[in-house]
Design a protein around this ligand. Structure first.
Ligand code: SF4
Length: 431
């Protein structure tokens, strides 16, 4: 998961969208440009860094006005890109617009996009030698169209690569990412260390920390908070041999006490979910405890963790025998025999509730449009995908009034309901 801004380029066929992605990314031959309508058949993605904005994903979409069965499929993909974006560049063929004065499609697109809380900027594609029109007329029409749409606009020759900087400056001066400064830990102070428990086993990848661990460390450092990274020997911690278990317990408790009694003090403890039960037992109750997975849930949902908490509690409060649960994973990965999504979660839920539910699964980019037949959605942590993709799915569930939660919350809930409540304390959640 990389935190970045998603920019979708949308508009009719032949508006200049592919040329715009090429101009913005500075790659002349990146997307195929051709006067044949419908050349772009699927979303085309490129990544870049824009100074002062950070990492950016740009998505070129197919024209939304293509009338055919294929056009319908392309449109669906374009709308997904739009819903997963932070900023939409609504692109027009400027001369066509002057000629026809027809912007009904774009108006609908603009309303839809603004309703989804996305920012929109207008790009008027003006190829200078295409028509005989002087600068004052260009400015006259640009202002007229801008007032029709009531969002900032820029007129430029998209095929002219000297215009790249003008385009970037226009984006930088008009785009404001509303959630940019959203913090994972809303109550974090720069005073007091944070203890990070990171057990490592055979499945832990070498030479790197897991992405949620990296993100948490980065956030703490940025806040001048001192992170203390600790590797718990989970095998010993769980051992039936009391001597080795006590050695590990003592090592852990000693460090916690030293931090707590230090001048800096200890703010809270954050653990990998797989050690949640052990840390929950060992850590004194007056010390705040949470998990990487709960922290990432807060991050991925821009603080909408309440909805996931409430949904989790519906597992045994509301669900009835034979209810249908969708288990969704954001990537395709090879499945082990005790796969968490397809095997462990259904088993844990049935053991907890003593009810027989039906389960459906979706993987990777596939996610149903109509969620109406499900009584609950349980999503993976989405570590491999954009936060925007995850959030779009959450918004779909909220708009259809379907409970939506994730693996981390459900696993904690099934293990120990009290522990889940404890883990939610560092966030702005009504307990
Ligand atoms: S959490 Fe989701 S995105 Fe990450 S590896 Fe698991 S299934 Fe894939």
């Amino acid at each position: 998961m990389i935190e970045r801004t998603n920019i979708a380029i949308i508009g009719r066929t032949n508006a200049g969208k592919s040329s715009l992605i090429n101009l913005l990314s500075g790659q002349k031959d990146f997307a195929i440009v051709d006067p044949t309508p419908g050349t772009t058949s699927d979303n085309v993605v490129t990544l870049m860094e824009i100074h002062s904005l950070g990492p950016v994903k740009i998505i070129d979409t197919a024209g939304i006005n293509e009338e055919s069965d294929l056009g319908e499929k392309k449109r669906k993909k374009a709308f997904i890109a739009l819903e997963e974006s932070d900023l939409c560049l609504l692109t027009f063929d400027f001369y066509e617009l002057i000629k026809t004065n027809n912007f009904e499609i774009e108006k609908e697109l603009l309303d839809y996009t603004l309703n989804k809380n996305k920012q929109v900027l207008l790009i008027f594609n003006l190829i200078k030698d295409k028509a005989n029109i002087d600068e004052s007329q260009i400015e006259h029409y640009r202002k007229r169209f801008e007032s029709e749409f009531d969002v900032p606009s820029l007129c430029l020759d998209i095929t002219d690569f000297t215009e790249q900087n003008k385009l970037i400056q226009f984006i930088l001066s008009n785009f404001k990412f509303p959630n940019k400064n959203f913090d994972i830990f809303p109550k974090l102070s720069s005073k007091g260390m944070v203890f990070l428990n990171i057990p490592m086993d055979e499945e832990t990848p070498e030479l790197r920390l897991l992405r949620p661990q990296e993100i948490v460390v980065e956030r703490l450092l940025r806040n001048f908070t001192i992170p203390v990274l600790y590797r718990m020997d989970l095998k010993s911690a769980r051992s039936k041999d009391e001597v080795s278990q006590n050695i590990e317990k003592e090592r852990f408790i000693n460090l916690i006490n030293n931090l707590k009694n230090s001048k800096e003090g200890l703010q809270f403890v954050i653990t990998d979910s797989q050690a949640f039960d052990v840390v929950g037992k060992w850590l004194p109750k007056d010390i705040t405890l949470t998990s990487f997975s709960i922290a990432m849930t807060n991050f991925m949902t821009y603080g909408n963790i309440d909805y996931l908490r409430d949904s989790t509690y519906k597992i045994d409060e509301l669900l009835k025998e034979e209810d249908l649960i969708l288990i969704a994973e954001a990537c395709n990965h090879n499945r082990q025999c005790d796969d968490i999504g397809t095997v462990q979660l259904p088993r844990l839920i049935q053991n907890l509730t003593n009810k027989k539910f039906r389960f459906e699964f979706s993987f990777g980019r596939t996610f149903p449009d109509d969620l109406g037949k499900y009584q609950m959605i349980i999503h993976c942590g989405s570590c491999m995908t954009d936060r925007q993709k995850y959030y779009r799915r959450l918004e779909m569930a909220i708009s259809q009034n379907i409970p939506f939660t994730n693996y981390g919350m459900v696993l904690s809930y099934c293990q120990n309901k009290e522990l889940l409540l404890r883990a939610l304390e560092p966030f702005n959640v009504g307990i």
